[in-house]
Design a protein around this ligand. Structure first.
Ligand SMILES: Cc1cc2nc3c(=O)[nH]c(=O)nc-3n(C[C@H](O)[C@H](O)[C@H](O)COP(=O)(O)OP(=O)(O)OC[C@H]3O[C@@H](n4cnc5c(N)ncnc54)[C@H](O)[C@@H]3O)c2cc1C
Length: 554
């Protein structure tokens, strides 16, 4: 439905959306092929326009062209938005989207010319039937090409309205939505489970002779979990900013003003990559922080991890996305240096870069303008140094693509630094806006500081590299960081309760609101098939003969 809404004409929307909304049809987004996922221009599925019948004829010319991975395709979908190379009178016009009926609406059997099935077991994602699709002379009417931005007229004339990149616009939409709806809530759930568990679980004595301590009172446990909590809040506030930027851009694009498309694409790509990377790693950190019980599926944590791990790949592979962000940044840096206007998210590149951090006391590191400036400095420095290397390679005779290839590791670094700067900045701005609620503002400001200082603590080299901060300042920053761990510890439980997940949604024996961890683990373990199956077949079939055989030998 997202694809149809973004890519279809008003008439196409009026035809297909009510059918989808009323479950008369079920859709799948069929883009990826066996041989190509990232490189969309390399897709091999073809859609050839037949003027005499006014139809497109879709084909899978070879095995690598088979659609592979689309969700809901395996056994559920009746229709798919299939991306294929458009051919008119022998000329290729690139990849376009077509609505193709793949199963009968009467008995769900494959439509004529369609071979469709499930791709088999995966690391997780068992809630979705990812499928394969092979097309042999499958015909669809001319109206089935989604034509908001490109159309094929009855006489075979190809009409373009706007940027050719617009066909990828729905990928931006889905990317932006997945961050708010799936990625960040998953980290929030993991934090809720691990933090609630860490105030129930007691282990060892903090002070000899005392009662065993809650594990969240150990500084190392705080350092595992509380920066993850701060990350969840940071991404939440960044999402609000991104959604505003996106809504504005979406309105303009619908009016066929494509000016914001490069910025939206670059920003959503970079954020998707860093969110999914940090959230996936964060969920795994939460799991490990729950010790042995975190490894049990009953904790709810392993399935959060395996589901989220897929998001590093789908809707754009992360490295590839970061490189796209970097390409945009390098272009904007060039424009900024030559005094041309640049989009708002990169306006900071036009200002001079500060040389030194002027902090003299550890408390200064708790000032948002201090850490926001430090992140800005690093983002400009890393990008400038990658761009300078790129330029030097080209000036020394390397071809542009070769020079780019030799800089990709540093370019990925630059894209990450750009996104990290924005997340810190938007978090600090969100804190400012909470001015009406002093208590909440104080709490969230601590979290914001923790997020920012955790990033500096974990990537100290980036800040030390050109002497922006000194070794002494690193010590001050570390002292503030550790102070914040103890401060945020006090609010940790209300801060996860504020996410407001129900016990049913968390589905975790460790993370329920009432804290009855051990009772629930025992009750849920009772339901395990090995405990409920009667009689115990493993004993009857294998162990009993083994024991009897052993005894008979004595
Ligand atoms: C759970 C799940 C659900 C999915 N659902 C759908 C769906 O509904 N519909 C659909 O169409 N597809 C779907 N996909 C497919 C998904 O979109 C692709 O797997 C994804 O776009 C990555 O493409 P790829 O598999 O070709 O990876 P590749 O591009 O082959 O990546 C492999 C490696 O090569 C590197 N690489 C590739 N190109 C470059 C480059 N230019 N520069 C540097 N490094 C590069 C990558 O960084 C990566 O490390 C799904 C995938 C998963 C795992």
């Amino acid at each position: 439905m997202e694809s149809i809404l973004a890519l279809s004409t008003d008439e196409q929307t009026a035809k297909w959306i009510p059918l989808a909304e009323n479950y008369c049809i079920l859709g799948s987004y069929a883009q990826t092929e066996l041989g190509h996922g990232t490189y969309i221009r390399g897709f091999e599925t073809t859609a050839t326009f037949n003027i005499s019948t006014q139809e497109f004829v879709l084909n899978t010319p070879k095995i690598s062209a088979m659609k592979w991975w689309p969700g809901e395709l395996g056994r559920s979908a009746t229709h798919a938005v299939v991306f294929a190379q458009l051919y008119i009178k022998g000329k290729c016009y690139g990849v376009h989207p077509f609505i193709v009926q793949i199963r009968s609406l009467h008995d769900h059997s494959p439509a004529p010319g369609v071979t469709v099935g499930d791709i088999g077991p995966k690391m997780e994602f068992n809630h979705i039937d990812n499928g394969y699709l092979l097309l042999r002379d499958v015909r669809v009417p001319r109206e089935n090409m989604l034509s908001r931005f490109c159309e094929v007229l009855a006489d075979g004339t190809y009409v373009k309205r706007g940027s050719e990149k617009i066909n990828y616009f729905n990928m931006i939409i889905i990317r932006v939505k997945m961050l708010s709806n799936e990625v960040v809530p998953t980290l929030m759930k993991a934090c809720t489970i691990a933090i609630r568990y860490s105030v129930v679980r007691r282990q060892c004595e903090l002070k000899p002779g005392d009662q065993e301590a809650k594990i969240l009172d150990y500084q190392t446990q705080q350092q595992k979990l509380l920066p993850m909590l701060a990350t969840a809040y940071a991404f939440h506030f960044m999402n609000q900013y991104m959604n505003e930027l996106f809504s504005k851009g979406y309105r303009e694009i619908k009016q066929r003003n494509f000016d914001s498309l490069p910025e939206l694409h670059a920003f959503s790509s970079g954020l998707k990559a860093i969110y999914t990377e940090h959230c996936t790693a964060g969920v795994e950190t939460c799991r490990k922080a729950c010790g042995g019980h975190g490894y049990s599926l009953l904790s709810g944590l392993p399935s959060l991890y395996t589901r989220l791990a897929a998001s590093c790949t789908y809707e754009g592979e992360n490295t590839v996305l970061l490189l796209q962000t970097a390409r945009f940044l390098v272009k904007c840096l060039g424009a900024a240096h030559s005094g041309q206007p640049v989009p708002p998210s990169v306006a900071y590149l036009s200002a001079a870069n500060s040389e030194r951090c002027l902090v003299r006391d550890k408390r200064d590191f708790l000032q948002p303008d201090v850490y926001v400036e430090a992140y800005r400095h690093v983002a400009i420095r890393v990008l400038s140094s990658a761009a300078a290397k790129l330029q030097a390679l080209v000036q020394s005779g390397a071809e542009q693509h070769e020079a780019w290839h030799q800089c990709t590791v540093q370019l990925v670094h630059a894209a990450k630094a750009h996104c990290h700067y924005h997340v810190v900045k938007s978090f600090a701005e969100a804190v400012e806006k909470l001015g009406q609620e002093a208590g909440i503002q104080r709490m969230i400001k601590h979290l914001c500081g923790l997020f920012a200082l955790h990033g500096i603590f974990s990537n100290t080299g980036d800040f030390l590299h050109d002497g922006y901060i000194s070794g002494d300042q690193v010590d001050m920053m570390t002292a503030s960081y550790l102070d914040l761990l103890a401060i945020v510890r006090k609010d940790a439980v209300p801060l996860v309760d504020a996410f407001d997940f129900t016990d049913e949604t968390l589905n975790s024996a460790l993370g329920s609101y009432d804290g009855q961890v051990y009772r629930r683990l025992y009750q849920w373990a009772q339901r395990s098939p090995s405990n409920t199956k009667q009689p115990n077949q493993a004993y009857e079939n294998y162990l009993k003969p083994l024991f009897q055989n052993g005894l008979s030998k004595l």
